[in-house]
Write a protein that binds this ligand. Structure first.
Ligand SMILES: Nc1ncnc2c1ncn2[C@@H]1O[C@H](COP(=O)(O)OP(=O)(O)OP(=O)(O)O)[C@@H](O)[C@H]1O
Length: 348
């Protein structure tokens, strides 16, 4: 193939993707290698779940996508949003992309909303800034957005403390939609909510994604929630994607011992038996400044071979559109022995 053909081929692939992340690496000024060589993509209408325990690099990944990391953090690779690399674009453009290209719904709406401003003014602010709307136009749109997320438009007059946790999270979603983004990144959007409200918010996100043909990246430690909401799953461990594939495949038939342990750690939705027998995985993810040699999961892995202590594994085929970074991927894995807590504990 000559080089002209190569360029055309790359361009076609890039244009088809809403988001294409290539070899993303993030190292904090402290030396913590929080994201290592991550590749992932999301198309319009597609829902990608990113799973992993606390400290695996999920939030760092989300923040890197919109260049929201602290100064001094080293970020390399490519984050192509509609074919344009967010990592190299000028700051003026990045600010516009943060609302109109992709927006983030963070966990804990109370901390993200300003306590002294009315809800309507907070939703209207990005519309005024990025959509060049009039005050009246922005306020009208804020009311419409509140209705879209299931709140009366009149709640625009309320202050954050006058709303319940679930209502505040709906406001966060309305804000994220304010400038008609094409991609929503939801970082633990339901963590602080009770189970009933959590289900309502997840259905709302699903409905909005389908209606508006948005791309979605949903981050959570809860593989059961992600598999119920998303089409595809990427499991992160120590900054790397160690398993990825169709959501039901990864959840039901994980091929990486970590993916397996994570899926056993949460009760299956609709499966009463597993609800009473969730498992915990002993140990903690490694410090990203002091990663183990070889496969970073080997110190916690009960099926590790001697070679796993020195040789890291790349993602390999483990089934249809399913890949895992493990020497055993594709073979029938023995169950990872786990500790079963007395009560149905959920990771923080
Ligand atoms: N500003 C920072 N400076 C240095 N290290 C950081 C910083 N933020 C995060 N880290 C480290 O990077 C690693 C990944 O953190 P990150 O918050 O991305 O993980 P996470 O999977 O999102 O965890 P959680 O689910 O608890 O939010 C952790 O070891 C964390 O201590």
């Amino acid at each position: 193939m000559n080089s002209a053909n190569k360029v055309t081929e790359t361009k076609v692939t890039t244009e088809q993707r809403l988001l294409d992340v290539r070899n993303l690496e993030v190292t904090y000024a402290s030396g913590a290698a929080a994201v290592r060589g991550v590749n992932l993509s999301v198309d319009a209408g597609q829902k990608l779940g990113v799973a992993g325990e606390s400290g695996c690099g999920k939030s760092t990944l989300a923040l890197a996508l919109l260049r929201l990391l602290p100064a001094g953090t080293k970020v390399t690779g490519e984050v192509l949003l509609d074919g344009e690399d967010v990592l190299t674009m000028k700051w003026g453009k990045v600010r516009a992309v943060r609302w109109a290209g992709a927006s983030i719904v963070f966990q804990g709406a109370m901390h993200s909303l300003n306590a002294v401003h009315r809800i309507g003014d907070q939703i209207a602010e990005p519309i005024l800034l990025h959509k060049k709307a009039t005050q009246a136009g922005a306020r009208k749109k804020a009311g419409e957005l509140l209705e879209q997320v299931g709140l009366p438009a009149a709640r625009a007059e309320a202050y954050p403390h006058e709303l319940s946790g679930g209502q505040r999270q709906r406001v966060m979603i309305a804000m994220a939609l304010a400038c008609d983004p094409r991609l929503i990144i939801a970082d633990e959007p339901t963590t602080a909510l009770d189970v009933m409200i959590q289900a309502q918010i997840l259905r709302l996100i699903e409905q909005l994604v389908a209606e508006q043909d948005l791309g979605l990246i949903m981050i959570s430690h809860d593989l059961a929630v992600l598999s119920d909401t998303c089409d595809r799953l990427a499991v992160m461990y120590a900054g790397r994607v160690v398993e990825e594939g169709p959501a039901s495949e990864v959840y039901e038939n994980a091929q990486h011992p970590y993916g397996k342990a994570l899926s056993a750690a949460f009760p299956r939705i609709g499966d009463a038996a597993s609800r009473f027998a969730p498992r915990g995985l002993p140990g903690d993810p490694p410090d990203p400044s002091l990663l183990p040699t070889g496969c970073t999961f080997h110190p916690r892995c009960t099926v590790a071979l001697d070679s796993c202590t020195t040789e890291d594994q790349a993602l390999r085929d483990a089934g249809p559109r399913h890949r895992a970074a493990c020497v055993h991927a594709g073979a029938q894995l023995p169950a990872q022995p786990t500790s079963a807590p007395a009560t149905a504990e959920r990771a923080p």
